[in-house]
Write a protein that binds this ligand. Structure first.
Ligand code: ZN
Length: 246
């Protein structure tokens, strides 16, 4: 079984459609590390697709906040505005779908999905120090994560913590194998709002039989996604940041 692993779609339908087209033929099932909604202008289209298409999914902090605005209290102003707009825009079916999503980790074959870290759905895994602390609790294993919107991630073994390779400017993909006996925290990157300076939509292909992962990027119609955000009356900076990938 081959898996398309997505995270942080954030109601960006143009980015999602581009990823599905780019990955066509390379996967059998789709899994998502959370944040289907929030920020973008198409939460219903993305949730309709998710309900019909996802084999496995975990809850993101924006899914939780869009479903129940109580959880948006600690967001910054523009994220709060987006959560309120999304909450008011979602159909009852999609509101219930987001509200019923469960936190990770959730297993897909030998790997696990989580939004933030394996230990805390709200934790950002950003540094070697973060990974060392998680490794002390989790031991070895393969985890797909999101939340930071930074594609790449880390591995940890007896030699310490290292960063995993990721496609950089001019590259469409980076492929690597997953020798056993290590902890892998693989960030598939954000489909709908990348923050690593590369505005292209990010995703991963996971091949459990080969113990192999491919991190990929693809261009999408950023202008159209921006226009929808502005037309919806969402904060303009949410449109601007898509072009910068920040
Ligand atoms: Zn997110």
């Amino acid at each position: 079984m081959r898996y398309l692993i997505l995270s942080d779609i954030h109601a960006n339908l143009e980015a999602l459609e581009a990823v599905l087209a780019d990955a066509a033929g390379a996967y059998d099932r789709i899994a998502c590390c959370g944040d289907l909604a929030g920020y973008g202008a198409d939460p219903n289209a993305v949730c309709d697709w998710a309900r019909a298409s996802l084999h496995a999914v975990v809850r993101g902090n924006h899914d939780r906040a869009c479903a129940s605005l109580v959880h948006a209290n600690w967001f910054n102003e523009r994220a709060q505005a987006a959560a309120a707009w999304t909450h008011a825009t979602l159909t009852p079916v999609n509101l219930a779908f987001l509200g019923n999503l469960r936190p990770g980790p959730v297993a897909i074959e030998e790997a696990q999905l989580a939004h933030g870290s394996p230990l805390d759905e709200d934790e950002y895994v950003l540094s070697e120090w973060d990974v060392a602390r998680i490794a002390a609790r989790c031991g070895e294993g393969v985890y797909f994560i999101g939340h930071s919107h930074l594609q790449g991630g880390f591995l940890s073994d007896a030699k310490g913590v290292r960063r995993l390779p990721r496609p950089v400017s001019g590259e469409d993909e980076r492929r690597f194998s997953l020798p056993p006996g290590r902890l892998y925290l693989i960030n598939c990157g954000a489909v709908g709002q990348p923050r690593d300076g590369d505005p292209r939509a990010a995703y991963a292909i996971y091949l459990p039989e080969n113990r192999e992962v491919c991190l990929r990027r693809t261009v999408y119609d950023i202008t159209k996604a921006q226009e929808k955000i502005r037309k919806a009356g969402l904060p303009g900076s949410l449109a601007d940041r898509l072009a910068a990938g920040r």
